[in-house]
Write a protein that binds this ligand. Sequence first.
Ligand code: ZN
Length: 408
Amino acid sequence: MTGQSGRTGRGASQASAGDLLELVRNGRAVTRGALQQATGLSRATVGHRLDRLFRAGWLREGAGGPVDSPQGGRPSITLEFDDAHAVVLAADLETRHARAAVLSLTGEILAEHSGTLPIADGPDTVLGELGGWFAELLEKAGHRADEVCGIGLAVPGPVDSESGRVVQPPIMPGWDGYDIRGRLARAFTERTGAPAVPVLVDNDANLMAYGEQRTAHADCSAFVLVKVSTGIGAGVVVDGSIYRGIDGGAGDIGHIRVPAGAEALCRCGSYGCLAAVASGGAVARKLAEAGVPAASGSDVRDLLASGHPEAAAFARDAGRQVGDVLATVVTLLNPGVLMIAGDLSGTAFLTGVRELLYQRALPRSTAHLEVVTSRLGERAGLVGAGALVVEYLYAPERVEERLLALGV
Ligand SMILES: [Zn+2]
């Protein structure tokens, strides 16, 4: 995210309607006077640019009434982002289930559905089905399909964010290199009759991290979320933006080789991966070997919720394995918050993580570290996917083009 100093350094006379909208949206300047002060624009120019945003339906006058202006003098009317002019669609794919929602532009879930949708059915079937889910959800939420401004999709695999395609995903057979954006846009259009909208695709742990950081840890400039479900993945949010690395591979910690995994075959085809010994799937296998019926991470989650002692013991051991790897993660990134999410996140797993993390990392790296569990739970991916779409569409560099398309 560009800081305020970066923006003013670009030349005050260049502040666009998009820049003004961003200042209002992030609360840094919410009156005409404050916008003049922040941008150096004249009163008339600020007025002209705000008029365009009002005509687009993107801004409204605040419900709270006038506030004292920063320069003194007459109280000013506050401005706020008008989130009533559009909605966003989002979906979060797990290996066997999916979750989809209609969200407001400010991240409120307006209608939601979850159901069985095996990722192994392949992209054509899964994305076609999602188109139908979206059509039903819009009806349930009482919104028209032409109000949708974009679609965000979370997938359990590494994503090249330039193309929106997954790259060699270990648990998504048939999806490698597939045109997800094109297919989902087409499915939406076919099922609703509405014009195609932008589709953004990202890794599920990335989007969960983005959703959680913005919701409960917005002041944390270095945030790490680790998702432990069927697989293990991490999302990193630095200065408010997802850190993806050079080609979307950042955070893919599930396939780091660990000593305890030497004999364990991973779903990626290798032996010794962290996910092969410490994921929800791995714990389910160990439980099944011990005679406890469990086939998946969600079965383990249910056993943990019922206080099953063997499930807790295996989860704690899995937590130790993950904690050992996280000692390196924490030393490298020095995060303020480390959030544990997914099927295994609970007391037993967290205890295991803490044991090894604090034992292996330097005290310096963990002195200001909070280790926490998820706030948004199973909705984190949806909230993150919705926010990704909104931040993309209302970014200053895209606003001008979109205003011109609206004819304002
Ligand atoms: Zn692996």
